[in-house]
Design a protein around this ligand. Sequence first.
Ligand code: BGP
Length: 475
Amino acid sequence: MHHRSLKHFPPGFFWGGSTSAYQVEGAWNEDGKGPSVIDMGTRVPNTADFKVTSDHYHHVDEDVALFAELGLKAYRFSIAWTRIIPDGDGEINEKGIAFYNRLIDALIAHNIEPIVTMYHFDLPHALALKGGWYNRDTIDAFERYARVIFQAFGDRVRYWLTINEQNMMILHGDALGTTNSVDTHNPYKSIYQQNHHMLVAQAKAMILCHELLPNAKIGPAPNIVSVYPATSKPEDIIAADNFAAIRNWLYLDMAVYGRYNTIAWNFMQELDCTPVIEPGDMTILKHANPDFVAFNYYSSATVQASVSGEDARNSTGDQQIVVGESGVYRGTSNPNLEKNEFGWEIDPVGFRSTLRQIYDRYQLPLIVTENGLGAFDKLEADDTVQDPYRIAYLKAHIEQMQLAITDGVEVFGYCPWSAIDLVSTHQGCAKRYGFIYVNRDESDLKDLRRIRKQSFFWYQNLIRTNGADLVESGD
Ligand code: BGP
């Protein structure tokens, strides 16, 4: 759609930056923190583990001062459940509460809005030993944890995100190390049972948040992308509909409308993996009303029809690279798009289309909680990092976001991944995303020095002008 003029970013727009606890904090076993499934998971050989990461736990004041210098209006981070309740459902660890008090207070002192993810992949290991999300008791543990953090931080935190990328944990649990199949005969059965329990836990947290903190806002935070058919063949269109339902709408239809998406439900029926729904679950799911939809976007997805009986899962994918499902959809690459160094397709226009689709479907304000480019940045001899490729990626996506806003989509924030370098979920720390370089490599912690990248100054200027300098401040 052509527009005669573009709408400005709204006043007070949350230009932000994102991280997650296990990828940035380090201090994995300090001050009473319990182990999470991430701490106990297996690592890809020769990549960094999550013990120290960017050592944000010990650099919190310095990092927040840098975020303030960058000009961030919001900082989206996650609370490590195991810092607050080390074994997931037992004693509360006051030192964990003290750490987040310190972080939140520092952010507020710098006029940076804290946006808190309650749970970002790092389920307490002690709960995993009891069956993890397969065990219904984990719902109660999550609700109790939610109460603890709402009570501890709710006087200052106004924006809450429930579960980061639940859809990726379900679709790529193996890659993320977060879902263990309990039923080996039909792994889908246990995976979609875990999914159901997470959905109920999320609903309970949203209801509780509204009860305890009437002025706070809360929403889900899945990874949502436009799904394209590989061709205009009607069978490919159906495949795209299938994947969009299974990947996207299953999660948001439940979060917003409290109902299972029809196509996704039928997919589960075909695979004999519909979850057991206890009496009362659907009432809880219906009564949970998010105030906004948060979502992460890195790339679009393209699929084609899959013939029933074929092995559609014949390629290895990570959380962005689509694989397939026999008779349902088959992932393929999009010849119109370039790829980043890790094989992820780059699609800024798909970002606009994703924003439009979500808003059209749910009519709730949107916030982008992750978007960014992983790359092998290089620290130059003069202590600078030149990352024009990152600026180009972010600029192209922000331009498309502005077009979406002009299309009428209500967007109130954009928090690129990542505010500062951190350890990638499964590709170590050589895959960098931050505006701030952290001087370490996979095995050598060096001095963990913080260095402002070229993109830091670019984003600083963009924020200063509330996005008006998008064109002028380009690379
Ligand atoms: C999202 C996760 C983040 C982060 C990001 C980049 O799926 O929410 O935790 O890891 O992807 O992915 P990666 O680190 O694999 O490059």
